[in-house]
Design a protein around this ligand. Structure first.
Ligand code: FE2
Length: 341
């Protein structure tokens, strides 16, 4: 398709000459005699380039260009000023308001053509470059989303593998993740931090993969030896997760979710705020879910009993602030929905 040039000049002989030169090169040309006419024309037409005289009665070229630039849909049309002035002030002003170039009047046909061609070529390159960048950006974003989705799916699969090992903890990891995230939300942590805690919650028990099934699913009381093996799962979990170097915080939930606020937990006997906040959050969410889900030997505990256990553990087993948040969650949950259904 041929390029479409709008020429604006109050001098008819200039219009005629410009039109003659450009149409001779196969370009389509529209000629107008004032800034006002140009603005009206541009309401319905988008040419590829504007050639505009600076000195025109009523609305000069500067003002016309300013008005054109105010309109988003017109702002990118390249404009070249036609001027008989030969001073740098005029040029500076024109360039400042967004003109691409200047052509001195009276025109030399060759110069006019070269400047017009250059400008059109430049704009074409710029547009195709922008288009290219946009396409590439879309590809990169789509790729990133795919990777993020895949990471989430892999984490969920891993967490599902843990839960599948234990007949009586169906959905435990997901519920702990959800409760932990809710505690984080109520604490006012950022969305990113909430999401991190959710993932840590999903994988907090991943070390159980390394504990034998017969112990995990043993219906009878565990021997001391067996209990020691179970107690090894936080360390095993941390060992598994430390290989995920892209998410170094992941080990936190796995290693320290059985620590107690009073320092009597395992594996490291950390106390109070020496236990990372995420692990303290997961610890209370974990205990809450243990009581509100079914076991081989009992059903879900009554909500009142769960409440008193959490209140009892406040400041001993659990961080008091996080325990208070869970107590508030229980009090708001009048229909006892936060439990294994
Ligand atoms: Fe655990």
């Amino acid at each position: 398709m041929s390029d479409w040039i709008l020429v604006v000049d109050d001098d008819t002989s200039n219009l005629r000459m410009a039109s003659h030169i450009l149409t001779g090169e196969g370009m389509r040309v529209s000629c107008l005699k004032s800034g006002a006419e140009a603005l009206k024309f541009l309401e319905k037409n988008i040419p590829n380039l504007i050639l505009m005289d600076i000195h025109m009665p009523e609305m000069d070229g500067f003002e016309t260009l300013n008005r054109i630039k105010e309109k988003e849909e017109l702002a990118n049309i390249p404009t070249i000023f036609l001027t008989a002035d030969d001073d740098s002030e005029t040029e500076t002003k024109g360039l400042n308001i967004g003109a691409m170039d200047f052509i001195k009047k009276p025109f030399v046909a060759e110069v006019l053509l070269i400047r017009v061609r250059h400008t059109l070529e430049l704009i074409r390159l710029q547009n195709s470059l922008e288009h290219e960048v946009e396409l590439k950006t879309q590809e990169v974003v789509a790729h990133q989303k795919r990777i993020a989705r895949m990471s989430t799916q892999i984490i969920q699969a891993l967490s599902g593998a843990v839960d599948a090992k234990d007949t009586y903890t169906n959905g435990h990891s997901t519920r702990v993740a959800e409760y932990s995230k809710e505690i984080a939300r109520r604490l006012g942590l950022s969305e990113q931090e909430q999401d991190n805690i959710y993932i840590m919650g999903l994988l907090h028990d991943v070390g159980k993969i390394g504990v034998s099934d017969s112990i995990i699913n043993k219906p009878a009381k565990l021997t001391d030896e067996e209990y020691e093996e179970i107690k090894n799962h936080p360390v095993l979990g941390a060992r598994i997760l430390k290989n995920i170097s892209e998410f170094p915080g992941l080990v936190t939930g796995a290693r320290w979710h059985h620590e107690r606020y009073d320092g009597k937990g395992y594996p490291d006997g950390l106390e109070g705020e020496d236990i990372p906040a995420e692990a303290r959050i997961i610890a209370v969410a974990d205990a809450y879910d243990a009581m509100t889900s079914r076991r081989s030997y009992r059903d879900v505990l009554p909500q009142e009993r769960v409440r008193s256990e959490i209140a009892e553990g406040r400041g001993t087993q659990f961080d008091p602030e996080y325990a208070d948040i869970v107590l508030a969650m229980i009090d708001e949950d009048t229909e006892y929905r936060l439990r294994e259904l």
